[in-house]
Ligand binder design. Structure first.
Ligand SMILES: [Ca+2]
Ligand SMILES: [Ca+2]
Ligand SMILES: [Ca+2]
Length: 346
């Protein structure tokens, strides 16, 4: 019975809930931006049972965290302002957060954020998300993005789609030189702290540190075509600090005709953001190419689109007063490059 219900929901959702048509809107199968008035953790299960249809926030280690609130940090994932801002209290974004600075010895944190099940219709689908490790390189948090075709129990997540490195040891405490560290294998935040769009040097702490900002990632889900899968974000760091995940998206809008991953635009910005009556969309591409800018609402409906002739750099004045207040996705893409940003219209 459970399985039948699951498939009904999966089959019905792209059409009836989001009202999509393949011709003019993205097939967004799953989206979570951790925004709103209610704590997203309240709607999640605390334990996976094998074939759940809800998201799961599972604290497998059951160790006390010391990251916030004088040691009463939630043990699993928790809702928090975007820590990538200089002052997170002034952030206009919220994200899901996990703490690996744990009590008693040097235990491994094991916090699972497991999605609802997703039926991947064909090879054109991608998983995208954003993440930040708050405190690098001294206490850089690593994590894994995993997939399962056999239910949502931890042991079923046998496929690793992405692995972010964590700090394993340091030769010089507080150094900003990556050569003074030993990291586990995997991607080091902000491309090894070279891409200044995704970190800055923060002088507010005891020592200067690399303060992480939200960095987008995408992986293809093409090998799961025709299958129902669960995706999991496993924060499995030893003795680091805080990791955040945001804007989890499964959609087929990020693949080119050749199914090759698109590289990031050199620069892509929408400002002011939040926008009251207008915003400027500015981009810089690595190649001279025609571009298309598309805006979708949170339900995956395309609300605006414009094409631009070949250029390497462009700026466009967009009147946002034409859109109802709310959150949108703004995407700028060429044949080979892509930029995506959240746009808040007030
Ligand atoms: Ca935990
Ligand atoms: Ca968010
Ligand atoms: Ca570590």
């Amino acid at each position: 019975m459970k399985t039948q219900l699951l498939y009904l929901i999966l089959l019905a959702s792209p059409l009836s809930i989001w009202g999509q048509t393949p011709e003019n809107s993205p097939d967004t199968l799953l989206q979570h931006n951790f925004e709103g008035l209610l704590d997203p953790a309240d709607t999640m299960l605390l334990l996976p049972t094998g074939s759940d249809i809800h998201w799961v926030n599972y604290d497998q280690d059951n160790k006390k965290g010391l990251c916030v609130n004088n040691g009463i940090t939630p043990k699993g994932w928790y809702w928090e302002s975007d820590l990538g801002f200089i002052n997170p209290n002034q952030a206009n974004n919220d994200a899901f957060t996990s703490c690996s600075f744990l009590d008693s010895g040097n235990p491994q944190n094991r916090n699972w954020l497991i999605t609802a099940p997703i039926l991947i219709p064909d090879e054109s689908y991608w998983l995208c998300w954003r993440s930040l490790s708050y405190y690098g390189p001294d206490f850089m948090d690593g994590y894994k993005v995993l997939a399962s075709t056999g239910g949502n129990m931890p042991a079923s997540f046998t496929d690793t789609l992405f692995k972010a490195a964590q700090t394993v040891d340091r030769l010089v405490v507080g150094s900003l030189d990556l050569n003074d560290y030993i990291f586990s294998s995997g991607y080091i935040h902000a491309n090894g702290y070279t891409d200044e769009e995704y970190f800055f040097v923060d002088f507010e702490g005891q020592n200067p540190f690399y303060h992480g900002k939200m960095e987008p990632h995408c992986v293809s889900l093409s090998e799961y075509s025709g299958q129902t899968i669960y995706l999991a974000f496993l924060h499995d760091s030893y003795d680091d600090f805080q990791l955040q995940i945001d804007d989890i998206l499964v959609s087929n809008q990020l693949s080119s005709a050749t199914q090759q991953p698109l590289s990031q635009l050199e620069h892509f910005q929408v400002m002011p953001n939040p926008a009251d009556a207008f915003c400027f969309i500015h981009w810089k591409a690595q190649e001279n190419a025609p571009a298309t800018c598309t805006i979708w609402d949170v339900n995956g409906r395309m609300v605006w689109e414009k094409s631009f002739s070949a250029r390497t750099e462009g700026q466009y004045y967009l009147e946002t007063a034409q859109f109802p207040s709310g959150m949108y996705w703004c995407q700028l893409r060429t044949a080979k490059e892509l930029g995506m940003q959240k746009l808040i219209v007030r």
